[in-house]
Design a protein around this ligand. Structure first.
Ligand code: 0O2
Length: 197
């Protein structure tokens, strides 16, 4: 069977590499400036053939190159996990200002969490007016929570136990968000105290 990406796989890879390079550049810059790596880890992938076809079916789209590259925007996916909330926004600011990238969509699920408690910053960029890439930026706590929640993400809620699990997860998400804010405040205080010395 022909690839759903036609002959564009190499282009997808090179856009992914370009964005990773940019993330590393701002990461290095911030490291030099503040003496601390703002990024805990980065993961990235080109959506697999099977996963892209499954997404097309789920969205009622034909399994074509057009759907995979133009209608669906996460063939290229990058997740940047930071220790602190302010670093999420600093990296976001760098990416949205890249001259060859146009912001197509931004969803700030950190300021406005999903009803289930999901928090993350989602950015869709159109690179060189050609290739879309989805970048998810989040803190370590948000990432830990999302990984756990992923197990039940697509599960139908049927039993009382399911409802309890969902409400407990939401409670954890809110507690983690409050801890993220406290950790940010502590870091700001440490930096101020060092600067004042
Ligand atoms: P995968 O396998 O992670 O790629 P769309 O991208 O159009 O299907 P939507 O709702 O417009 O969906 O986009 P949104 O809200 O920006 O979410 C896209 C991605 O964010 C998802 O990708 C997940 O990776 C992640 N995400 C969104 N909501 C949740 C959530 O409640 N829990 C967790 N754990 N992750 C979430 P995919 O394509 O669903 O899956």
């Amino acid at each position: 069977m022909e690839s759903i990406y036609g002959n564009h796989l190499r282009e997808l890879e090179s856009v992914m590499e370009y964005l990773i390079d940019e993330i590393n550049t701002v990461r290095e810059f911030m490291k030099q400036e503040a003496g601390m790596d703002p990024v805990e880890h980065v993961i990235y992938r080109i959506k697999t053939e099977e996963s892209m076809r499954e997404k097309c079916r789920r969205k009622g789209l034909p399994e074509t190159e057009e759907s995979a590259l133009k209608v669906i925007h996460d063939a290229v996916g990058i997740r940047v996990v930071c220790a602190f909330i302010k670093d999420v926004y600093a990296i976001r600011n760098h990416l949205v200002n890249l001259s060859n990238c146009r912001v197509v969509e931004e969803k700030d699920y950190i300021k406005q969490a999903k009803p289930n408690g999901y928090r993350s910053y989602h950015l869709i960029l159109l690179v060189d007016e050609k290739i879309y890439a989805e970048i998810q930026l989040r803190t370590i706590s948000q990432d830990t929570w999302a990984a756990l929640e992923h197990h039940i993400h697509y599960k139908k809620v049927t039993t009382e136990m399911d409802k309890l699990i969902i409400s407990e997860l939401k409670r954890c998400a809110d507690e983690l968000a409050s801890t993220d804010l406290s950790m940010q405040t502590i870091r700001d205080m440490i930096r101020k105290s060092i600067a004042d010395e």
